[in-house]
Design a protein around this ligand. Structure first.
Ligand SMILES: Nc1ncnc2c1ncn2[C@@H]1O[C@H](COP(=O)(O)OP(=O)(O)OP(=O)(O)O)[C@@H](O)[C@H]1O
Length: 655
């Protein structure tokens, strides 16, 4: 038999009905033994017992079959029944009223550690003044203790040995980006409070992208006349929105419990972004890892690369080029932020911080990923890459630097459609410091940099050659440069133009002197105009999307305002002439129109046009008609807009 514990206490026990008493009363019977209340209830229902005027409630002399086995409710049965549920009935802690708790159990201690200071301390105060119960909380209830996952084990900045970055002042300051700092209304900082927020954030569910209904395939879309449009064209395209959402998600991602350090200098919330599990880098041959982090200083996301040092860094000399790297501001170079050594990982590690580009891929991942969709190589893409990489190289060389290891397929990252950037700049300058010193001694400073810059051109030629070689059969690729150039003419799946092959040949020449600026003018200038045109088109497209979203934001605010006002339950101004009534009629005018055949009009563009006119407050007049068609009013959009504004102002003032 199913017994509902909630309703059982209001149901008169059958033993009372049958025997006039229940021997399990006060021994666990969950039914009511209050015969007076029951009699009232039954009387109200017009029962026989009440009609007999039986104030005792029940006629004990009624004839019943005494052989009927008695009903014996037992708490045990009930608890067994619900025992499998969670929380377990057996395990529910017994509520101990505040007054019964001994005042000496350290109530203030609980209050302090649980953070429930306001109500508990009030209880403690009153205990000092009166004999009233000292506490209002059950001391046996487990306290809530936010875990301090950012414990001060790794104080910011304390582990830094060498850094060319300016000293940061955030340690323990009131900087809101510092993870241990959070403002409470009183203006004091509560270490730990932001961690709770942080952990909750990490537990959020991933966005369900499919909740955004995709546009139907073209064959299913209705052919519309040119003056009409469909809803999908009015909003940001699904693929663009999804890619932006994913980038935001990647940027905000955190790992609440990891064995990574809480802080690395001024950075916190480390999330590994390496996609391979190879500890050793293919480029440098030593263990490196890349993490997305947040800065304590400005709250922005950055990418930091941790490098296991092969030699101890004891002064700032190996970092000498980093200051120059920080001045390289180019759209095809990932900005270098700073470099320092740290003990945050247990042993001394080199860290170099860069700008973070969410969801970026290396050129290898972009074009050679196995198993998933890859971007096919075309000649246009190759020209695009060449122009962008030459642009990066010229900017780097102008600063007296060399790209070095950054010019490799696994260090050039694709951050957007066909947008490439040189990442990991400056690393070779630090890890090859000792070798470089010897070379500088031999060649002189300028001779050494000239040599590196010449090598950059070779590297660029090799990168472009490797990418182009992806268009020929894999078993033909392992050959020398000259043969490969020949194969690109004859065996490529792409019909590369002779112009492209010529440019590639020039880059792969072994000459001692190479003028990159001259190369740019001769081989790339005409192509650069094509790229410029594409970039401008893309810029126009992004701007138009931004424009439509701008409208959405504006209209969303207006819709929110209208909904704050219309149909508000306690609205007083609903008489037939009141302003809110006009707004209600306006809502009907925009959303609840019918055509001449009585069919509802659900024309989104009409809604957009009307709301835009309302937001702009134009003088155009409209006729608003009540639902019963007994009253109508002529108003301008401007008048309606003024009503919205004034009522909304009243609403916000009344708060
Ligand atoms: N500044 C950055 N911002 C965001 N992601 C980056 C950044 N730099 C690199 N990445 C991404 O991090 C991932 C790992 O980069 P990494 O340079 O370690 O490549 P790798 O193939 O593992 O090379 P290696 O063999 O040298 O370790 C790549 O997917 C790359 O796109």
């Amino acid at each position: 038999m199913n017994i509902n514990l909630d309703t059982a206490k209001d149901t008169l026990c059958k033993n009372i009905l049958i025997y006039g008493y229940c021997k399990y009363e006060n021994k666990g019977c969950v039914f009511s033994h209050n015969t007076k209340a029951a009699a009232g209830a039954v009387g109200a229902g017009g029962s026989q017992g009440a009609a007999n005027g039986n104030s005792g409630g029940f006629d004990a002399k009624r004839k019943f079959n005494f052989n009927t086995p008695s009903f014996q409710p037992s708490v045990q049965n009930v608890t067994n029944k619900f025992a499998a549920l969670s929380p377990r009935v057996n395990d529910i802690p017994v509520f101990v009223p505040g007054g019964s708790a001994p005042p000496s159990t350290g109530s203030s201690g609980v209050a302090n550690s649980s953070g429930l200071s306001a109500p508990t301390s009030r209880g403690a105060d009153s205990a000092d003044q009166t004999d009233a119960p000292a506490k209002k909380f059950n001391v046996s209830t487990p306290i809530f203790m936010p875990s301090n996952i950012y414990g001060s084990e790794f104080p910011a900045g304390s582990e830094t040995n060498n850094s060319i970055a300016p000293p940061t002042s955030n340690g323990g300051s009131n900087n809101p980006y510092f993870p241990g700092n959070s403002m409470v209304p009183g203006g004091t900082m509560t270490p730990g409070a932001s961690e709770v927020f942080y952990q909750q954030q990490a537990a959020t569910y991933p966005l369900q992208y499919h909740l955004y209904a995709p546009a139907p395939p073209p064959r299913l879309t209705f052919p519309l006349p040119p003056h009409e449009t469909n809803a999908n064209l009015m909003f940001i395209p699904n693929d663009l929105r999804e890619s932006l959402q994913k980038k935001n998600e990647a940027t905000l991602q955190t790992i609440p419990r990891s064995n990574l350090p809480d802080h690395v200098n001024t950075y916190h919330s480390l999330v590994p972004i390496d996609k391979t599990y190879e500890p050793n880098s293919e480029v440098w041959g030593i263990p490196t890892s890349l993490y997305k982090v947040f800065s304590n200083v400005d709250g922005n996301a950055y990418a930091i690369r941790k490098i296991d040092l092969t030699f101890p860094i004891i002064n700032e000399l190996p970092f000498r080029t980093i200051r120059k790297w920080k001045t390289v501001k180019n759209s095809n170079v990932v900005q270098v932020q700073e470099a320092f050594t740290t003990m945050a990982f247990g042993a001394s590690k080199l860290i170099i911080a860069y700008d973070y580009y969410p969801n970026s891929n290396t050129l290898v991942e972009h074009h050679r990923r196995i198993g998933t969709r890859t971007e096919p190589i075309t000649e246009d893409i190759m020209w695009n890459y060449t122009i962008q990489l030459v642009n990066a190289l010229v900017a780097i060389h102008e600063k007296g630097l060399a790209a070095r290891s950054s010019l490799s397929l696994s260090k050039i990252i694709v951050t957007n459609k066909n947008r490439v950037r040189l990442s990991s700049c400056g690393i070779s300058d630090i890890i090859d410091f000792e070798k470089d010193e010897e070379e500088i001694g031999r060649l002189g400073g300028q001779g050494f940099i000239n040599k590196l810059q010449r090598e950059d051109v070779h590297r660029l030629g090799r990168v472009l050659m490797e990418l182009s070689a992806m268009t020929i059969s894999p078993n033909l690729r392992n050959t020398d440069k000259l043969s490969l150039l020949g194969l690109l003419r004859t065996a490529s799946t792409l019909n590369f133009s002779s112009e492209y092959i010529e440019m590639l040949t020039k880059l792969n020449e072994d000459s001692e002197h190479f003028d990159l600026v001259q190369f740019r003018q001769i081989y790339l200038s005409s192509r650069a105009f094509k790229l410029l045109n594409e970039l401008q088109n893309s810029n126009d497209y992004i701007e138009s999307q931004l424009g439509s979203e701008l409208e959405n934001a504006r209209l969303f605010r207006l819709m929110a305002k209208l909904n704050f006002i219309i149909d508000r339950p306690q609205a007083k101004d609903w008489n037939e002439n009141g302003n809110k009534y006009v707004l209600k009629l306006f809502r009907d005018y925009v959303f609840f129109q019918y055509d001449e055949f009585g069919k509802p009009i659900t024309d989104l563009s009409r809604v957009l046009v009307s709301l835009n006119k309302l937001d702009a407050g134009i003088d155009e007049k409209i006729l608003l008609v009540s639902r019963d068609e007994k009253s109508c009013i002529m108003v301008s959009y401007k008048e309606v807009r003024d009503m919205v504004d004034s009522i909304f102002r009243t609403l916000t003032r009344d708060r």
